[in-house]
Design a protein around this ligand. Structure first.
Ligand code: 13P
Ligand code: SF4
Length: 303
């Protein structure tokens, strides 16, 4: 770490203490951001941590829906984001009026919504899920018909594991996971014929069908720690490679990945300014928070 970076890291750490703040960091963030994290994790881990923290301020380094989730779970806390405009393209593929209209067609169905969604959509859902618990949530519900929003690939992954239920997918997807660089993949497959395939469930079906393990971002770390293989092709956002290489030394991870630019917007400088000025507070309508929290609470109860 160069001297300037070290200085910024120290200033952020001091401010955290002074203001009783914690910094929650998603696995896809820039590696320098990990240096100031109180917790690095996948969506489920970060939601759980946000639920139990005693801190007064939660500074969230991820994309907007993640910070909104922390606010919904913990409405009495101040939730800050370093950069206001870090969106998620998949979350924007469904809105509340369209979802309510769709639900009318399936009166007996439960709406299971992936946390990668807006607070408004969460508020009209029956229960939320993350990539780590989607299968268990769908299994635990009494409904036979499930409207699964917004990721069609995650819906497809769940459907294959819960065949006794009818999964009605929303036609959304993550633009980062919904494409693969086939030429590059073919090229490295020849070079590393024994490498296993690790995929995020947001990936296209073609990849999910050949994957050795389909895991949430933190699930990938856990899996590769335990698994005997040495080499892995990783199908998810490229930032995961930094986490895997750090957390699972001695193994090789080859990224067949794309960058989520929204996930890269936060920098140490913007985190410092955010904490100093307590700016970019996440504010949501109280009615939205109350309804969305019910859907979160059911998720926590079911898993
Ligand atoms: P995880 O919950 O698995 O970290 O996934 C979040 C995400 O946005 C993946 O694109
Ligand atoms: Fe959203 Fe995809 Fe970025 Fe995850 S990787 S935050 S799903 S756009």
């Amino acid at each position: 770490m160069d001297k300037n970076t070290q200085e910024i890291v120290e200033r952020i750490k001091k401010l955290k203490k002074k203001k009783r703040a914690i910094i929650l960091v998603h696995n896809y963030q820039r590696p320098e951001v990990f240096k100031v994290a109180d917790r690095i994790g996948d969506s489920l881990e970060l939601c759980r941590f946000a639920k139990t923290t005693k801190a007064e301020i939660i500074l969230f380094c991820g994309v907007n829906f993640m910070a909104e989730s922390a606010k919904i779970i913990n409405p009495q806390k101040k939730v800050l984001v370093p950069y206001l405009d870090a969106g998620c393209a998949m979350a924007d593929m469904v809105d509340r009026p369209a979802l309510l209209k769709f639900r009318n067609k399936f009166p007996g169905a439960a709406i299971v919504t992936y946390v990668n969604s807006t607070a408004d959509v969460k508020a009209v859902s029956d229960v939320l899920c993350t990539s780590a618990n989607a299968v268990n949530i769908v299994k635990a519900l009494p409904n036979k018909q499930i409207i699964f929003v917004p990721d069609k690939n995650l819906a497809n992954f769940v459907s294959a594991r819960v065949p006794e239920k009818e999964i009605i997918p929303w036609d959304g997807y993550c633009p980062i996971h919904n494409v693969i660089d086939r030429d590059y993949f073919e090229e490295i497959k020849i070079k590393y014929p024994d490498a296993k395939i690790l995929a995020h469930p947001e990936s296209v079906n073609e990849i999910l069908e050949i994957a050795d393990a389909i895991k949430s971002t933190s699930g990938m770390i856990e899996f590769s720690r335990e698994d005997p293989a040495r080499d892995y092709f990783v199908f998810t956002e490229c930032g995961m490679l930094d986490r895997l290489r750090n957390e699972v030394p001695g193994k090789n991870f080859y990224g067949v990945c794309n960058l989520c630019f929204d996930m890269k917007k936060n920098t140490l400088n913007s985190i410092l300014r955010c904490l100093e000025q307590e700016r970019h507070e996440v504010l949501l309508d109280k009615m939205v928070i109350d309804s969305a929290r019910k859907s979160f609470n059911l998720m926590f109860e079911l898993t």
